[in-house]
Design a protein around this ligand. Sequence first.
Ligand SMILES: Nc1nc2c(ncn2[C@@H]2O[C@H](COP(=O)(O)OP(=O)(O)OP(=O)(O)O)[C@@H](O)[C@H]2O)c(=O)[nH]1
Ligand SMILES: [Mg+2]
Length: 206
Amino acid sequence: MDFNGSDTIPGPRTEDHLPHTAETAVKIVIVGGFGVGKTTMVGSVSDIRPLTTEETMTQAGIGVDDNYGSESKTATTVAMDFGRISITDKLVLYLFGTPGQERFWFLWNGLFEGALGAVVLIDTRRLEVSFDVMGRLEERGVPFVVAVNSFPDAPRYPVDELRTALDLTPDIPIIDCDVRRRASSKDVLMTLMRFLHSIALSRVLT
Ligand SMILES: Nc1nc2c(ncn2[C@@H]2O[C@H](COP(=O)(O)OP(=O)(O)OP(=O)(O)O)[C@@H](O)[C@H]2O)c(=O)[nH]1
Ligand SMILES: [Mg+2]
């Protein structure tokens, strides 16, 4: 068979290989309303080239796509984002970003399956979009931390006020982040892992 002229399929990149020392893999979901920065977070923190399923938003989406109000956002996730990060030599997190637009929310159920924990990303300009997200996590018993993606023109609230506005119990961590920065995104994931660890410990001790 002649393969001349056919496209070559690229092989896996070195960084795509799972470290040999990896022992535990954990599934984490990154959720939040439309345009809060989920895809940006998975992309900034992933050790591997992230898989995205973004489609361009066009004029045709007006009246169908959720209203975002930012001209810099031209694409939206229609299925999921996928990335991977090694937290230690032994612990690997598989990251699944959900679509934010309401018309794709039916896909969340599958994405939540088997998730140990979640990051709820919020934009303080549009807090209301977070309520449904957190409600769904609570229904499914998926523990989560809240990460406030600090957009420059977004209002800043003291943590206590945010906790009250979001109706969160005192144990749920709330932290600021800039999802464009790897270190900041990693910090959010470490906060989630510490939170999951404390939940696991309290279950063992009670
Ligand atoms: N200024 C600023 N812009 C950001 C920040 N995070 C994300 N953005 C921009 O905000 C837009 C939204 O980011 P996305 O990562 O696409 O958001 P998303 O939550 O995946 O969006 P959907 O999948 O459509 O729900 C993009 O244009 C980003 O470049 C941030 O921390 N600061
Ligand atoms: Mg997205």
